[in-house]
Design a protein. Structure first.
Lengths: 339, 339
DNA sequence: CTGTTAGCGCGTTCAG
DNA sequence: CTGAACGCGCTAACAG
């Protein structure tokens, strides 16, 4: 391995001078700089950032802990994080928890061991311990996508409650009164906020809670399928389904297809999270779309501002708006019929 | 920051004893071990892997350079890499080149600076220099998905030529004689291999090359759209399109929809790469499906075997088979008609 | 503008 | 089974 000392010897200078050239720190004579750069090229020298970080106590690396990179929503968030980090000269280590707290803890330890400068965390569950652990290591953290009550930390998330409220109002305005919610897990704030928005809209419209059951499951296709089967077994059958995220929506579509039901002719369906426009030929689902890329980007920028001491002292809670995108799956105004 | 020395002092032992407990190396008395572990818990000590790696010259980290994590094909490959690495206690740093050689070079330098133990590289272009650079840093590399002629390195890829050959044979067996290939860029082996397989099948069937034009573009939706517009402008119009990858296929579907053409009634369409089954409600495209997850997994296992000196001395070339999945988009046997 | 000194936190070497 | 000394490659702090 070629070290900074080899380069220094080759260029006839001290190691620290090479260091200054590499890092553009301090003053270096143009001619010495040229000599050093020539030596670097000659020897094919590549600095060892491990040693640099050990000394400087900065790694230029952020940790991103999220639940499932297979979900295009998170892929998009990750691109936002990656782009913002890259612009600032930072790298990102990506960790998938698959919603498991054990995996999350494992990765938190890995990230602390690797001395990342900061962490972006999508918490697997609403608990303050992980946040406290990161902070106990003198590391900055920004919570992404989900709230954690009583936690002292920055948060960047989307307005799940408001989005669900609006989406439910849309269904109500189309004449639906029997709406089933296919929700994600209890204990995850996004799932609970969407249920809350759903219920607020229903309460305002005076709809009986019994006509609007909430089924809790996971944010997965299989769960969406199972919850739909459950919802369809009710009598009378709901006239509309509200899917708690994009995978639940796909599972619901499959279950409806397998049950021989057409959307929206036989049943209306709306969902949370859009699928990336690049992956779908004919967007069809009416959804509350979240600014995934922007959320990743803003969270990263906030984290970087904290690291450089530019952020305001108080913890921030940034809530990005969701946008209702009306397509075919919500259907036209419902014909009046006897329930 | 809590260091190994603090723990040692707290437990009344020497730092090296703590080190032995952490790394399970050498013999440590059970009682001493318990005391040390208690001290670690008391102080909330987290080892600094930077310092460890600096000393041991191993980081337990792999670099994965690919073209675009937004493409579900690559997301799946990345999961295969991640899972195999994680099983062996390794971490992965992910880098997106967006098919740019400049980005690739930038990331290669970053990875070398970070002293990764090995690199998995999806080369942006067929060139040996990047391979040589990695090897000049005494770092192992496995090339993923694409061939590089004359390179001395392990390769794990799929059988693009064979898959394209079979897919073309399928179209020929359905009676198609005017088939347009919507290809990825020249200079990328997967694109060129698919063209080669396409042409081999046509030549065997005695189809005139003029009836089977090849349009070169990029592996993107926009390019797929543009190439399709181009192909449709020919007279006589092709009766079938062959999309060089999944994004090109989606672009083609949109272009056909916008042109008022139905698939497969007006035109047949086949593609390379399946979309993840989780993202599609009704799989519709006839494709040559590649074992993306398996490719990532096997490449990583080969790389790890190299690192541990278990791999055979000679460079390996592992070629995984593609599977033809026949669905609606290829259509039924073509009715005879005058060309 | 350049160099010297010292030490980041840890693990290898060799000695008890 | 445990410990002392040394150095991995680099840079902060302080001279000159």
């Amino acid at each position: 391995m070629v070290t900074i000392r080899d380069v220094a010897k080759h260029a006839g200078v001290a190691p620290i001078t090479v260091s200054r050239v590499i890092n553009n720190s301090g003053y270096v004579n143009e001619k010495t700089r040229a000599r050093v750069e020539a030596a670097i090229a000659d020897l094919g020298y590549v600095p060892n950032v491990l040693a640099r970080s050990l000394r400087s106590r900065r790694t230029g690396t952020l940790g991103l802990i999220l639940t499932d990179i297979s979900n295009p929503f998170w892929t998009t968030v990750a691109r936002g994080v990656e782009d913002a980090a890259s612009d600032a000269g930072f790298n990102v280590i990506l960790c998938n928890t698959d919603e498991s707290e054990a995996e999350q803890d494992k990765y938190l330890h890995v990230l602390m061991q690797k001395q990342v400068d900061g962490v972006l965390l999508v918490p697997a569950r609403s608990a303050v311990e992980p946040i406290k652990f990161i902070q106990s290591q003198n590391t900055c953290v920004v919570v992404l996508d989900r709230r954690i009550s009583n936690s002292q930390a920055d948060v960047v998330r989307c307005d799940s409650e408001g989005g669900a409220y609006q989406l439910t109002r849309l269904l109500l305005s189309l004449g639906h009164r029997r709406i089933a919610m296919l929700s994600g897990p209890q204990g995850v704030s996004t799932a609970e906020d969407r249920v809350a928005g759903f219920r607020r809209a229903l309460a305002e419209a005076g709809v009986d809670a019994a006509a609007a059951p909430v089924y809790y499951g996971k944010f997965s296709l299989e769960s969406g399928y199972a919850l739909t089967v459950q919802a369809l077994s009710e009598t009378p059958r709901p006239s509309a389904l509200f899917a708690g995220n994009n995978f639940i929506a796909i599972g619901a579509l499959r279950a409806l297809r397998d049950a021989g039901l057409r959307v929206p002719e036989d049943l209306a369906l709306v969902g949370f999270d859009d699928l990336p426009t690049d992956l779908v030929v004919d967007p069809f689902l009416t959804v509350a779309a979240q600014p995934a890329y922007e959320m990743g980007r803003q969270a990263t920028e906030l984290l970087l501002a904290r690291l450089s001491g530019e952020a305001p002292a108080a913890y921030q809670e940034i809530v990005l708006p969701t946008a209702i995108v009306v397509r075919e799956s919500s259907g036209p105004v419902l014909e009046r019929r006897d329930d």
